[in-house]
Design a protein around this ligand. Structure first.
Ligand code: HPA
Ligand code: ZN
Length: 334
């Protein structure tokens, strides 16, 4: 079964590229770029103390604190290129054929790194990964929901004015960071603009937030996907609607355990989603922080649920169908 899962053609839809920064690369770039890591936080004493701390996140916000400090070592285009190419190399080994990766421009522009520096590095890695591995990929620009709607709009306009949506450099928009208290409708204006311009739309919802966050993302922001969405299981009517509309949920099992959304993988509503015909993909979210890449997430789900090969084929096919690549690529992957 493990060999079958390894070879299953995979699409990854929920991967924060900044969340693939390993402690090794973090310390290496901190030294190269002369970035001071917080000396008052003993977790940053060494690679091993940092790794140990990552095993004890208490919530999404507790993780985000480390996530934003970690990415502060990323300075040049070449840093972003190394980061992304390392991820693609790892994803290729796990059987990923197509990846749609999130990036958080505001977390970089806010500390003086230009939007274009970030994108130039990521695009260079994407091109190399396609050439070296045949791995296709797309970028999804995420807005930080703890920042204002105006800030999100400014970021959207910066990407738009560079032609990054119209030329396909960036396929869509997303919404991440602290969910509870920062509901999706705050960002309705930027989502309306994206919708109008034919840009793909997703949002993190129903990770820590209750099912109304999912409903509001769908109704008010007109999203086409839901990232995480595990709390959908708490609302039967909404679950039926999501199944009927074939809205893709991008589920991240090891993340949900590490951030204590559930106490174990077996507590996730995977069986309920399968039995109700909900389309979902299995993803790694922030693999360097959550103890596993995509295949580790597949293995964890298999260990907890003992799915059949047919069920895995259904999941893998749904992931291809729910991807934002062109029809030709989908037909090739199916
Ligand atoms: N949730 C919200 N924001 C994030 C996450 C997540 O799992 N990972 C990186 N930013
Ligand atoms: Zn995420």
């Amino acid at each position: 079964m493990r060999q079958f899962l390894k070879e299953l053609p995979k699409c990854e839809h929920h991967l924060h590229i900044e969340g693939s920064l390993s402690p090794e690369l973090l310390f290496q770039l901190a030294a190269t770029n002369r970035i001071k890591l917080p000396h008052d936080n003993s977790a940053f004493a060494s690679i091993s103390t940092l790794e140990a701390r990552y095993e004890h996140f208490t919530s999404l916000d507790d993780f985000l604190h480390f996530y934003y400090i970690g990415m502060s070592v990323l300075i040049t285009s070449s840093d972003f290129e190394s980061l992304a190419y390392d991820y693609f190399t790892r994803a290729h080994k796990d059987g990923v054929h197509h990846a749609e990766i999130f990036f958080d421009p505001q977390a970089h522009t806010d500390r003086g790194i230009a939007y274009n520096t970030v994108v130039t590095g990521l695009v260079a890695a994407q091109q190399r990964a396609e050439k070296d591995y045949g791995l296709t990929s797309k970028l999804i620009l995420c807005f930080l929901r703890h920042m204002t709607a105006d800030d999100a709009l400014g970021t959207y306009k910066a990407a738009s004015s560079l032609g990054h949506f119209s030329d396909g450099t960036v396929v869509g928009i997303g919404l991440d960071s602290s969910e509870v208290g920062n509901p999706p409708e705050i960002f309705r204006e930027v989502y309306a603009a994206a919708s109008e311009a034919g840009i793909r739309r997703t949002a993190h919802a129903g990770e820590e937030g209750d099912p109304t966050y999912i409903e509001r993302a769908l109704d008010i922001c007109n999203v086409e996907r839901i990232d995480h969405g595990i709390r959908l299981a708490e609302d039967g009517a909404l679950l039926k609607r999501v199944a009927k509309d074939k809205t893709l949920l991008t589920v991240c099992p090891l993340s949900n355990v590490r951030l204590r959304c559930v106490s174990k993988v077996a507590d996730l509503p995977i069986r309920k989603f399968l039995d109700s015909g909900v389309r979902f993909s299995i993803n790694s979210d922030d693999p360097a922080y959550f103890g596993g890449y995509i295949l580790d997430n597949f293995y964890a789900v298999q260990e907890a649920f003992g799915l059949s090969m047919e069920e895995w084929k259904y999941i893998a096919d749904g992931a291809i169908k729910g991807s934002w690549c062109d029809e030709e690529r989908k037909t090739f992957l199916l």
